[in-house]
Design a binder for this molecule. Structure first.
Ligand SMILES: Cc1cc2nc3c(=O)[nH]c(=O)nc-3n(C[C@H](O)[C@H](O)[C@H](O)COP(=O)(O)OP(=O)(O)OC[C@H]3O[C@@H](n4cnc5c(N)ncnc54)[C@H](O)[C@@H]3O)c2cc1C
Length: 386
């Protein structure tokens, strides 16, 4: 196999480079040989969370005193890139939703008691996290969510439903957005709660079959008078929307990393294929138009990667990145469509056959222009800040 490698950004220190090397080896030895089975079974096994957790990769961003690694945003980028470079977007999404998108809410605004209770097990991969925002009637428009939490003497009673929730079947810890003040307008009056699996009234009502990301489970959840104690609330009452938007910045950064990793793998597979495939008396690589096409997608993928690292650096320096991260989410996800479809085209009929890596990668990539902020919504966030 011909290897394609982006050059390492010079901002990465030896510690992060070492993490990349270790993750690269782990992905090759412990994910790639088994992931076809996980695609078939429809979820990423718990044992993989435990293995990665034991190596310290699921809590790299979280505080050291609660079992994390205390590292910055660049660590999340490296994790996302290397998991995505496996070519199995489902595995990468299941793991990064856990480490960077759900449990992160507890790390960011949990009380000491909440962090102590949940983070060590989550960082160790013993407990799996899910983030539950989307509802049948509210996706892009988060402020339109209708799941309701009503306070009583013992705590809160949650009623409603959530849909398209990654890790929804397997998770143990659910971060749930619910409306606590029905009179507050739009984005106000939403709060976040920690709901544990097994709480009476909480059930997984459906597991979806998906176009791609087949090795991550995606579920619909139902809340029927689900009682949680007062201290299940995360952060302040009524601030949930702002917390969701805050953590979205990290989620969208990780999408940039998923795009970089998948692009590198797709280009690598395609350079290898066209250099070995003979047609019209020479290799496909000997056709200038083929080389040009690959060079053009490599240039765009490199640009996405540069913006990913720039956003990570800005986040670590505490600079507001909403505009740049929104650019990254929109540009990165759209670029990946061009990358994987150009690569599939250059694989000819082979690229259309189920079971070939590029066919799976084309399916896996499709969700990235929709989930976690559709392209149109992201571009609107950019436009607001121009
Ligand atoms: C595999 C998968 C995993 C997911 N994981 C999670 C998860 O873990 N947690 C979670 O909470 N959610 C999750 N989601 C939900 C995901 O974030 C939503 O699907 C996404 O936000 C879009 O919402 P929607 O599907 O309701 O589409 P809608 O909001 O109905 O939008 C449909 C389309 O309309 C267009 N559109 C929307 N708004 C605008 C606008 N303002 N201007 C122009 N065009 C617009 C876009 O093209 C969009 O794709 C997941 C979804 C999938 C499919």
């Amino acid at each position: 196999m011909i290897e394609f490698e982006f050059k390492e950004p010079t901002i990465l220190g030896e510690d992060l480079l070492m993490i990349r090397r270790q993750l690269r080896r782990f992905v090759q030895e412990r994910i790639v040989p088994f992931a076809d089975d996980w695609e078939e079974q429809g979820f990423t096994p718990r044992a993989l969370y435990r293995e990665l957790g034991a190596m310290g990769y699921l809590g790299m961003r979280h505080p050291v005193e609660y079992g994390g690694g205390g590292l910055g945003a660049l660590a999340s980028v490296i994790l996302g890139e290397e998991l995505s470079r496996s070519g199995y977007g489902g595995v990468a999404s299941a793991l990064t939703v856990h480490s960077d998108m759900s449990i992160a809410h507890i790390a960011h605004r949990g009380s000491h008691a909440q962090k102590q209770k949940y983070l060590p097990a989550a960082c160790a991969g013993e407990k799996i996290g899910a983030i539950c925002v989307t509802e049948p009637g509210a996706g892009s428009d988060v402020a339109g969510l209708r799941t309701r939490a009503i306070r009583d003497d013992d705590g809160w009673v949650i009623n409603g439903s959530k849909t398209f929730i990654t890790n929804g079947v397997q998770a143990d810890i659910y971060i749930v957005a619910a409306r606590t003040d029905p009179d507050a307008k739009g984005s106000r009056g939403i709060s976040l709660f920690i709901v544990e699996k097994g709480t009476p009234g909480f059930q997984v009502s459906k597991k979806f079959e998906k176009h791609g990301w087949r090795s991550s489970d995606t579920a619909e959840l139902f809340f029927d008078d689900v009682r949680v104690p007062h201290d299940a609330m995360l952060g302040e009452e009524g601030r949930g929307f702002y917390y969701i938007m805050g953590t979205f910045q990290n989620e969208r950064l990780v999408v940039g990393a998923l795009v970089s990793g998948a692009s590198a793998r797709a280009i690598e597979l395609t350079v290898d294929y066209v250099k070995h495939r003979e047609a019209f008396g020479k290799s496909l690589w000997d056709q200038q138009v083929v080389r040009n096409k690959i060079a053009a997608i490599a240039a765009k993928a490199q640009a996405v990667r540069a913006l990913t690292y720039q956003c990570a650096q800005m986040i670590d320096e505490g600079i507001d990145t909403v505009r740049e991260v929104s650019m990254l989410k929109a540009f990165g996800a759209e670029t990946l469509q061009e990358v994987v479809h150009t690569c599939l085209q250059l694989h000819g009929g082979t690229g259309y056959i189920i079971g070939t890596p590029i066919e799976r990668m084309a399916r896996d990539s499709r969700i990235l222009t929709i989930g976690g902020g559709a392209t149109e919504v992201m571009l609107e966030e950019v436009a607001k800040r121009l």
